[in-house]
Design a protein around this ligand. Sequence first.
Ligand SMILES: *[C@@H]1O[C@H](CO)[C@@H](O)[C@H](O)[C@H]1NC(C)=O
Ligand SMILES: *[C@@H]1O[C@H](CO)[C@@H](O)[C@H](O)[C@H]1NC(C)=O
Ligand SMILES: *[C@@H]1O[C@H](CO)[C@@H](O)[C@H](O)[C@H]1NC(C)=O
Ligand SMILES: *[C@@H]1O[C@H](CO)[C@@H](O)[C@H](O)[C@H]1NC(C)=O
Length: 456
Amino acid sequence: MYCLLRPYLQKCRRILSRVKPGYVLFFFGVIALLEFFGVFIHLFEVTYDENFAYPYEGNVHDFVNALRRNERPEIEPINEYKYTFILKQPQKCKEDVDTLRLVYVVKSALENFDRRTAIRNSWGIEKRFFDVPVRTIFVVGTHPDDEEMDARLKLEAAIYKDIIQADFVDSYYNNTIKTMMGLKWLVKYCPNSRFYMFVDDDMYVSVKNVVTFIRNPANYPFYLMESRKVYNAHKREIKRSDLVDYESVDDSPASRNATYNSKASEIKSSVRSFAIHASTNNSGMDVSEKRDAGNGENLTVAGKRSPESSAATLNRKKRQLFDFELPDDVRLFAGFVFMRSAPHRHKFSKWYVSLREYPYHLWPPYVTAGAFILSKEALLDLYYTSFYTKHFRFDDIFLGLVARKADIVPFHCEDFHFYKKAYTKYGYKYVITSHGYDDPNELVQVWNEQKALGNA
Ligand SMILES: *[C@@H]1O[C@H](CO)[C@@H](O)[C@H](O)[C@H]1NC(C)=O
Ligand SMILES: *[C@@H]1O[C@H](CO)[C@@H](O)[C@H](O)[C@H]1NC(C)=O
Ligand SMILES: *[C@@H]1O[C@H](CO)[C@@H](O)[C@H](O)[C@H]1NC(C)=O
Ligand SMILES: *[C@@H]1O[C@H](CO)[C@@H](O)[C@H](O)[C@H]1NC(C)=O
């Protein structure tokens, strides 16, 4: 063997003897760098579009439907988060059973007492609106060795009755467990709300904009701008003939197509035209505040109807803009969506993912985890589909994987800011959420200022 190779080895030695050590070092340096940035891993990635499959592989719809009907599915679930609730607040959704509109599930870290206080005093206030019943609940895990903190948490929970705790270790890489225990609690103890919103404890949230968004996600925030036009027209007493009759326009399928923007395929298909709702009563979404709303305009203008004249037409128009309600069975999963983003392959990244863990070159579409909204149907489908989705440690990716299996297309909206949107007094009008409010005082201050402007 050695004899056979000898001529080559000699040649090799001759070549090597001419190579300067500097080049060799440089060469290996480049290799190491490429390795560090995961270039070699990229070479072995599997193309997402053609090959994507993720356990459980196969159609899960029948199993999910069986679970939803409380029947035994043909195939046993492959993944369940069977942690025990230590604190479970079963009373939380017992009132307003028929009218509950929105439940905030705040993913909080055990030690963030101040942030929870700030949220209770700002966007988490439950009695904000007369007629929009809202609940706020915090989800935490445990710190098994810290009895003092646990005692403090139990005290807080006893006072506010808004903390649910499950017996998993509260840490960043257990975020998926936290999210899924949140979903589990909702399905078990609070399945009667129309919408649910998962939020981190360092987020700014405009309750007003959330409530507006869930009425008509496909047109947010443009329909608000439209209403301002109507309002301005009213102020200037524009002639009746200048007004577009929404009822007749919106009834034609062509204009219905034009009304909804193409990216919202799922919502578009389940959305009905404004005109349908114009002929029925307001569904009790009169967003008038119990307390002074500052200079804020009322969200719903559909109150009293002036008997005749252009004012009546204007009222009708406004009603059509606001009397809009998504159908009960809409599967809304909304937030800031990454449709096609790639896994981090450089080592030492907080988000490094090995090929073994996830082999594809792209993630499925996913909503960034800081804030997302689910309709009731989406909650139930995602929850039961998760039983057939292999665990993944990033919660937003995990829900993306689950959503893909459930055939729910995440709905994108720019007004969920997953980074911190630089704060200016007049730049936050349409902001639904913004990340980066880890200072509780700043959160309360910003929220109060925006509330006074009628934006929160
Ligand atoms: C996640 O929680 C489980 C259950 O408490 C625990 O065994 C595990 O160590 C935790 N993982 C991390 C990364 O903290
Ligand atoms: C509306 O849009 C759908 C899908 O984009 C299309 O199939 C349909 O023909 C359109 N209808 C009209 C009336 O334009
Ligand atoms: C609309 O509401 C009014 C009072 O709230 C009620 O008298 C009327 O019957 C309702 N109409 C319909 C169509 O439900
Ligand atoms: C909002 O609605 C309430 C109750 O209907 C009313 O008293 C108030 O004047 C309205 N505010 C504005 C700014 O229109």
